[in-house]
Design a protein around this ligand. Structure first.
Ligand SMILES: C[S@@+](CC[C@H](N)C(=O)[O-])C[C@H]1O[C@@H](n2cnc3c(N)ncnc32)[C@H](O)[C@@H]1O
Length: 290
C-alpha cells in the first residue's frame, strides 16, 4: 500500500472538518479554530503587532488581493490587508469558511471554492496575496506547486505573504524547559489559590453525545526542507511573523510575571533580526516576490 495519502481524500476530509467543526461559532463568540490561538489580554498587543507584519510586506493598494485559504477572515487585523484594495478574493475548500467571510467583507469580497495548490486564476492577476495558516493542510509534495501557483497569479513587481508553523523550531525546543517549569508553577499556584489550574495546553473538545474530532490533517515542515523545495525556483525570503508558539505563550507569559514586558522585548528582538527569528521561531513570514 502507498504511504502517500490520497490527495483528494485528504482534501475532502479537511474541507468537511472546517465545514462541520472548524468554522462553527462557539458559545464564547470565537470559532472552534480560534482555540489554537492565545486569546488572553496579556498576549494581545504582541499578537496584534505580529499580524500587522503581513501588511508591511504587501503592496498597499491594488485591484485584487488573493487570500488563499481565507477561512472566515477571522481576526480584525486581517481586514486591514485589503483596506486599500478594490476586491479581496477569498479562496477556500470550505464553503462554510466563505459564507462566514461574506459576513465580514460584504461586496468587497469575491468567493471561490478551490484548492490552493491548483489556483483557477489567470497569470498576472493579483497585486497582493496572503496565505495564512493553510499550507500545512496540503501534502508536502504539493508545496512547490502551491508556491509556483502563487507566483504565477501575482503581477510582476508584486509580493505575497505566506505564514505557517515550522515543525520543532529551534528556539521553541531551546526554551521548552521554561514551558515545563511554568506548567508546574502555574499548576501549583492554581492549587494554592484554590482556583482552576491555568490552562496552558490546547483544551480538549467539550464532550457531546457524539465525540467530534478536534483536528484534521496537518503536516508541518522545517526551514531546510522548504529551502530544498524552493531554492532556484521561487524568489522568496524567510522573515519572522511570530517566534513564540501558543504553547509557550500560555505557559510562560503570565500577567503576574510582567508578561507584556517580555513580549515587548521579544518583539523588539524579532524586529532587529527577522531572518534569525524567522528560521528559528515558531512561525515564519515567507515573502514571495515576482
Ligand atoms: C487554519 S485555517 C486558516 C484560515 C485563515 N487563513 C486564518 O488564518 O484564520 C485553514 C483554512 O485553509 C483552508 N484549506 C485547507 N486546505 C485547503 C486547500 N487545499 N485549498 C484551499 N483551502 C484550504 C481550510 O478550509 C481553512 O479555512
Amino acid at each position: 500500500m502507498s504511504q502517500i495519502p490520497d490527495e483528494n481524500e485528504l482534501k475532502k476530509e479537511v474541507s468537511s472538518f472546517y465545514n462541520q467543526i472548524g468554522w462553527q461559532m462557539q458559545d464564547d463568540g470565537f470559532y472552534q479554530n480560534a482555540r489554537y490561538e492565545d486569546l488572553r489580554p496579556v498576549s494581545r498587543e504582541y499578537i496584534h503587532k505580529c499580524h500587522l507584519r503581513v501588511k508591511k510586506v504587501l503592496q498597499s493598494r491594488g485591484k485584487f488581493l488573493l487570500d488563499a485559504g481565507s477561512g472566515p477572515v477571522q481576526y480584525p487585523e486581517y481586514l486591514t490587508y485589503s483596506e486599500e484594495y478594490q476586491y479581496r478574493v477569498c479562496l477556500d475548500i470550505s464553503i462554510k469558511a466563505l459564507e462566514e467571510a461574506r459576513h465580514r467583507l460584504h461586496e468587497k469580497g469575491l468567493y471561490v471554492v478551490a484548492d490552493v495548490a491548483n489556483l483557477p486564476f489567470k497569470t498576472n492577476t493579483f497585486e497582493g496575496l496572503v496565505s495564512l495558516h493553510t499550507l500545512h493542510h496540503i501534502p508536502p509534495q504539493q508545496y512547490l506547486q502551491a508556491y509556483q501557483g502563487f507566483v504565477r497569479v501575482l503581477k510582476p513587481g508584486c509580493s505575497g505573504a505566506v505564514v505557517n508553523a515550522w515543525t520543532s523550531p529551534a528556539l521553541m525546543d531551546r526554551w521548552s524547559w521554561m514551558v515545563r517549569f511554568m506548567d508546574r508553577v502555574n499548576g501549583l499556584l492554581g492549587r494554592i489559590n484554590g482556583r482552576k489550574v491555568v490552562e496552558t495546553k490546547t483544551p480538549p473538545a467539550k464532550k457531546t453525545v457524539i465525540v467530534q474530532p478536534t483536528g484534521t490533517y496537518t503536516q508541518h515542515i522545517t526551514p531546510d526542507w522548504l529551502k530544498s523545495q524552493l531554492n532556484g525556483k521561487v524568489n522568496y525570503e524567510i522573515l519572522v511573523w511570530r517566534s513564540a508558539s501558543v504553547r509557550f505563550l500560555r505557559a510562560v507569559i503570565q500577567p503576574w510575571l510582567a508578561g507584556r514586558f517580555w513580549l515587548q522585548l521579544l518583539y523588539r528582538n524579532e524586529e532587529n533580526d527577522p531572518h534569525f527569528f524567522g528560521e528559528n521561531g515558531q512561525y515564519p513570514l515567507i515573502v514571495i516576490r515576482k
